[in-house]
Design a protein around this ligand. Structure first.
Ligand code: ARG
Length: 573
């Protein structure tokens, strides 16, 4: 029984059922004991009975197998302390299990995972980091549970800015059909298009006509547009590879891909009686949304000029994910500033009857990355740093940090470690922050080998692997028995068994920081164990083999957990 909370609930269920059938014992990890059952209080209240007395009745009736003790505490909790033999065999089972005790989901979902979703014609910048790594991490955990993930890279690839970009591209005399065409520096390209648009009235006018030509499907215009899209996707893809992000070009489903569904969105909304014409625009006024003046707030579906905007595309995309892709989970990993947009889109979709009861639609919002001044992170010239520059700086700084540790590496290994540690440090700093909180980007902190950092966790893993290297084996002997005599061994065993809980919480709250926090705690618990309990110099072979199982399970949990954060764990550092 690898998962104590589940096992304990099953153990207590009959005693709870005897009081009220189906009542939940509510087993949770505890500071006072290994676990506690919190379910008595609600039950006592419902039955009008004194909680401590009811708790005692349940404790007396409970099956004690696997428990060292069950005690009534506080206003009516049950403190549960696991029996050492139970814990030991649970850890043995975890170490023998390729999934380290994590069960597959009993109910499989098809998940449309909207993440990263940058705009075409510009490079990825630091503002894209969070959505990209949070989405990617959630995708990895979802897949491990057996869910089917359909990533949706909802590129901003349509709309008015493309008029000026296409016009500029055309003026540069680019032969769109030429192989290997490159806009080179996308940001510089965007900037010069913008400057011309602002300074040159005839260019601006031509740009506006381009938008019309684009919307009408003019082939020459579309060809230039495709050049821009392909070039941007190629750039995004290169950064995704550097970041080890699982998005593929095939996951691109940009705004433009919904163009031919927009009219039918209007028809659907019309049929549902939701459309209101306001100032020539077609709007929906979802219940409960007011502007600053307290007036009903519209979601503008079609603009006065007949054009469709961001809201229309998102409505079409949502409907498409449910109807055509048959997804029953729709997650949108997009920054917190778009919260109201998504609330309104979701509300309208529900009102239109597009969202069956079994479908969950969620905006997975996140906070911003700040500079030292606690304002949005900017370069010295006041721009948002390019993600690729940031990542290369991370790799360089990680190389320096490795050199400062005094170890010498062969050149290939140094390069590999600098990249792994540097990229891992950036990702870990991000993913270990509570999703909705803003955080200050701090090189020294994230690259430190001490504290709650990527390098610390990678090092904790590598240190354990070095034990096995010294032994000339790849891991513990799977037939070894675990004996938990020392408190630090017991604490480590308990912590190892909490991996499934941490992963459950990660999915329940769409919160990779729950996993990161668990892994940090595990590494710390391991350190205390390692300081108190010699492994290679254990008093006898039984103890040594037992401790090797604890080491093995810890290293594998760290490596698997880090892989869910998209972070590699090197064998040696
Ligand atoms: N391209 C948008 C932006 O950069 C993000 C798109 C998010 N996804 C969506 N379905 N709206 O702000």
């Amino acid at each position: 029984m690898p998962e104590p909370a589940r096992a304990l609930r099953e153990r207590l269920q009959p005693a709870f059922d005897a009081v009220a059938a189906g009542s939940d014992p509510v087993v949770r990890p505890s500071d006072r004991a290994d676990y506690q059952a919190n379910g008595v209080m609600a039950l006592a209240k419902a039955l009008g009975r004194p909680p401590r007395e009811l708790a005692q009745q349940i404790a007396d009736a409970a099956d004690l197998e696997g428990l060292a003790s069950i005690e009534v505490a506080g206003p009516g909790f049950l403190n549960l302390t696991l029996d050492a033999a139970f814990l030991a065999s649970a850890v043995e089972a975890v170490d023998r299990d390729g999934r380290l005790g994590v069960p597959e989901a009993t109910e499989r979902h098809r998940v449309a995972l909207d993440y990263s979703s940058p705009g075409v014609g510009k490079e990825l910048h630091v503002g894209h980091l969070r959505g990209t790594v949070i989405g990617d991490s959630l995708g990895r955990v979802l897949r491990f549970y057996g869910h089917e993930v359909i990533p949706r890279n909802h590129l901003g690839d349509w709309g008015t800015p493309f008029g000026m970009l296409i016009e500029h591209l055309g003026d540069l005399g680019v032969d769109a059909s030429a192989d290997g065409f490159s806009v080179g520096d996308l940001d510089a390209f965007y900037k010069s298009a913008r400057e011309r648009f602002d300074a040159d009235a005839s260019f601006a006018e031509r740009s506006r006509q381009r938008v019309v030509a684009l919307q009408h499907g003019d082939e020459a215009t579309l060809e230039l547009w495709r050049v821009l899209v392909n070039e941007s996707v190629r750039h995004f893809d290169a950064v995704y590879r550097l970041l080890d992000i699982r998005l593929q070009p095939a996951d691109v489903a940009g705004e433009s891909s919904y163009n031919d569904q927009l009219d039918s969105v209007i028809e659907d909304l019309e049929r549902a009686g939701l459309l209101v014409e306001s100032d020539g625009a077609l709007c929906v006024f979802p219940d409960g949304f007011l502007n600053r003046e307290g007036e009903p707030l519209p979601l503008i579906v079609r603009k006065r000029d007949g054009g469709y905007g961001y809201a229309a595309t998102d409505l079409a995309a949502l409907r498409d994910r449910i109807d055509r892709l048959s997804c029953d989970r729709l997650y949108y990993v997009v920054g917190a500033p778009q919260s109201q947009h998504f609330e309104m889109v979701f509300r309208v979709a529900h009102a239109a009857g597009w969202v069956p009861d079994n479908v969950v639609v969620a905006h997975v919002a996140f906070g911003s990355i700040l500079g030292d001044d606690h304002k949005m992170l900017k370069t010295r010239t006041g721009e948002s740093p390019r993600l690729v520059d940031l990542l290369h700086e991370a790799i360089e700084r990680a190389g320096t940090a490795l050199d400062e540790r005094g170890a010498t590496y062969e050149e290939g290994e140094r390069a590999y470690l600098a990249e792994t540690i540097g990229i891992g440090a950036v990702k870990y700093a991000d993913l270990s922050t509570e999703r909705l909180r803003d955080y200050v980007f701090d090189w020294d902190r994230m690259l430190s080998f001490e504290g709650d950092t990527g390098p610390y966790l990678a090092y904790a893993h590598a240190r354990i692997r070095s034990i096995f290297r010294r032994l000339g084996t790849d891991g513990a002997d799977p037939t070894s028995q675990v004996v938990l005599a020392e408190p630090q061994e017991r604490a480590l065993a308990l912590e190892l068994l909490r991996f499934p809980e941490a992963l459950d919480a990660t999915l329940e709250w769409y919160a990779p920081h729950r996993l990161a926090g668990y892994l940090f705690g595990l590494a710390q618990t391991f350190t205390s164990f390692y300081e108190a309990c010699p492994v290679l110099r254990a008093p006898d072979d039984t103890v040594r083999q037992s401790r090797l199982v604890l080491c093995d399970a810890t290293a594998r949990t760290l490596a698997l957990g880090l892989s869910f954060l998209g972070i590699a764990a090197p064998e040696r550092m």
